[in-house]
Design a protein around this ligand. Structure first.
Ligand SMILES: [Zn+2]
Length: 287
């Protein structure tokens, strides 16, 4: 483990809401408990549970969504997540998040993303490089940055992927793609399709994703996370995204197509085992 921690690493599949500290979630749950929004005792049990099935994971995401509704909290969790990744010696992270609208809090998809970007700006423990126009600066000093006092600090490169949630409508997905295009200069490098794989249809997202593709925005799709989605997996493969996430339940022919297409796959063995999508490491498709 010591050796693993020491190696510089890249993280290409990190969901903001999936990376929040337990201690922060408990603290937020306590506050929301006092306001009567949640029952703390119930929530505490859910947060501290170690292994979750995929269904339980999405229940957990719904809970996190309830706990992280205001701009200030979005900024805080972003800051903490980046600090935690840097502490594990991640040198490049693509953080994905679903821009959310919440009228009660005066939150738009854009202001949500501004809160995320504020979080990147407020990181204190490591130098964060997230604006692509910093490229020259980025290349010159790689993993370390010196400030005006000549003190050298570790550096983490951060890029953002805007996620379309499978619960969203075509219009809402299109809003996310538009926002991603507008925020390219602030480090947004692509679009992700994610959320509960048992919800929503590929057809709903095809038009916004084609628009993104047409504009040259790279796309990664959560694909084949649950059984019996043969047609959807096929449609996703035929779409030719830049990357695919998970790729668990593929038919033989689809494996062949995937390999021929040379589309890189984002795989997390630990996640697949813990969410019970794969029964054991010996049966994992990574092999
Ligand atoms: Zn994911």
């Amino acid at each position: 483990m010591e050796w693993c921690l020491k190696q510089p690493k890249i993280e290409l599949h990190a969901h903001l809401n999936g990376s929040v500290r337990n201690s922060t979630l408990l603290e937020l749950a306590k506050v929301q408990g006092e306001k009567g929004v949640v029952v703390f005792a119930d929530v505490e049990h859910v947060i501290m549970k170690n292994d979750r099935s995929l269904v339980e994971c999405f229940k957990m995401f719904d809970l996190i969504h309830v706990l992280t509704t205001d701009h200030e909290t979005v900024t805080r969790i972003t800051r903490e997540v980046i600090e935690d990744f840097a502490a594990e010696n991640i040198v490049y992270v693509e953080l994905r998040t679903t821009p959310k609208r919440n009228e009660a809090k005066g939150m738009t998809k854009r202001s949500y993303m501004e809160a995320v970007i504020d979080g990147l700006r407020s990181v204190d423990t490591v130098d964060v490089s997230f604006i692509p126009s910093d490229l020259n600066r980025e290349n010159s000093s790689r993993y370390f940055a010196s400030n005006d006092n000549g003190i050298t600090r570790r550096r983490i490169f951060v890029r953002l992927l805007l996620s379309i949630d499978r619960r969203e409508s075509t219009a809402a997905a299109m809003d996310t793609v538009q926002l991603a295009l507008e925020l390219r200069s602030l480090g947004v490098v692509g679009i992700d399709l994610s959320g509960n794989p048992l919800v929503g249809n590929w057809d709903t997202f095809l038009q916004p994703l084609l628009f993104a593709k047409d504009k040259g925005l790279p796309i990664t799709l959560h694909c084949g996370e649950v059984k019996n989605r043969k047609e959807e997996v096929q449609a996703m493969l035929d779409f030719l995204p830049q990357r695919i996430g998970h790729a668990i339940f593929f038919e033989e022919q689809q494996w062949k197509q995937l390999k021929q297409s040379k589309i890189p796959v984002e795989i997390c063995l630990t996640s697949n085992i813990r969410t019970e999508c794969v029964t054991s490491i010996n049966n994992h498709h990574f092999g």
